[in-house]
Design a protein around this ligand. Structure first.
Ligand code: KG4
Length: 340
């Protein structure tokens, strides 16, 4: 049998991305990032994001087809991010996917964005179970227990802000560019932990809370400025990053005590963080469990991750009708439930 070709579209936030996967081979992975447009606002402006997706998606599709040297007639199915994400952004990708599915009479595969971040690790090696997936991004912070493929149980989550949001806010108050996490990570390498910041939130569960830490950084920076004192950016970044990662690492260890696993994987934008990667690698080593640290290109949004999960869903025939809508708050447990 000829290997199936999945064309996958991702547009949940500020990247317009299309990938082509033939069997297990990635033929193209085109990503058009909007970061330059949003940087002056210090974060993603949803209205601008949707307009840019609309302007770019046709070009991204042409480039993906050109790079992969295939024609639309060769494609077996269209996979697309249905959620979670920014509703306007999601709708551009989903409408493009529906249109292609209708014209070329192809099955449509709705893909959960965070599940796709987890499955991006399969570009490194297969997931093995039971596994703990640590999903950390600008909008989500979740500990997900997986006993088998496509089984997601959220065992811990943030009670308020996502960890990435906290990195971005801390960066903004320090006058660093967007996306803040990248710059906090960079400056932290040059700094010392000299500021006292809270990382002790513990409600006895596997949940975390980042709003207290975020407020503590904002207040401390503002108080220092008002008192005419210099804010040492590298030291503030090192102190904040250590506090933020320490809270997460405590929960990861607690989760592993309660749910013994054979593998731990990281996923999402914050999984690019150098301290988190170091910590998770050493936890895995100490506990003698396997670990996948996602390659940096999969930590930012891309179509390849939608394609690799789309391929698995294609095999299970998880298709939807063309009347499906996007879901900005789609829960990962419901990744295969959609009203059509
Ligand atoms: O996965 P993603 O695009 O977010 C959502 O889909 O919501 O990840 C973006 C987030 C931003 O908050 C960004 O600051 C953060 O990931 N990020 C980092 C690093 N690189 C990106 N956070 C900490 N350290 C990094 N090296």
């Amino acid at each position: 049998m000829k290997p199936k070709i999945i064309l996958a579209i991702e547009s949940s936030c500020d990247e317009t991305a299309i990938a082509v996967l033939k069997g297990k081979k990635l033929l193209a992975n085109v990503v058009s990032s909007q970061i330059d447009f949003h940087q002056k606002y210090g974060g993603v402006m949803p209205e601008i994001a949707s307009r840019l997706h609309l302007e770019n998606i046709g070009f991204v599709l042409s480039e993906a087809l050109e790079k992969s040297k295939i024609k639309m007639e060769d494609v077996s199915a269209i996979a697309v991010t249905r959620g979670p994400g920014l509703i306007g952004s999601l709708q551009i990708g989903l409408n493009a996917a529906k249109t292609l599915a209708m014209i070329y009479q192809l099955p449509l595969i709705p893909v959960h964005h965070l599940a796709a971040h987890i499955y991006a690790n399969e570009f490194v090696k297969p997931l093995v179970f039971p596994a703990l997936a640590v999903v950390v991004s600008g909008g989500n912070t979740e500990l997900i227990y997986m006993t088998k493929h496509l089984s997601f149980e959220v065992i811990g989550a943030t009670l308020d802000d996502a960890i990435g949001e906290c990195f971005d806010k801390c960066a903004r108050v320090l006058g660093l560019p967007y996306p803040g996490g990248v710059y906090v990570d960079k400056y932290a390498k040059e700094g010392q932990i000299t500021y006292d910041l809270p990382s002790h939130f513990d409600d006895g569960t596997l949940n975390v809370s980042y709003s207290g830490l975020k407020t503590a950084v904002v207040n401390l920076v503002n108080n220092l400025k008002q008192a005419g004192q210099v804010v040492r950016i590298p030291d503030m970044c090192a102190s904040f990053q250590t506090a933020a990662i320490k809270m997460l690492v405590k929960r990861i260890n607690k989760a592993l005590d309660k749910y013994p696993v054979t593998q731990i994987v990281l996923a999402g934008g914050v999984s690019a963080n150098s301290l988190l990667r170091e910590e998770v690698a050493s936890i895995a080593k100490a506990r003698n469990i396997d670990c996948i640290l996602p390659p940096l290109w999969t930590t930012t949004d891309n179509g390849a991750m939608i394609a690799i999960l789309g391929r698995r869903l294609y095999q299970k025939k998880t298709f939807s009708s063309l009347s499906i809508d996007s879901d900005a708050n789609w829960r990962i447990e419901d990744f295969d439930k959609f009203k059509t």
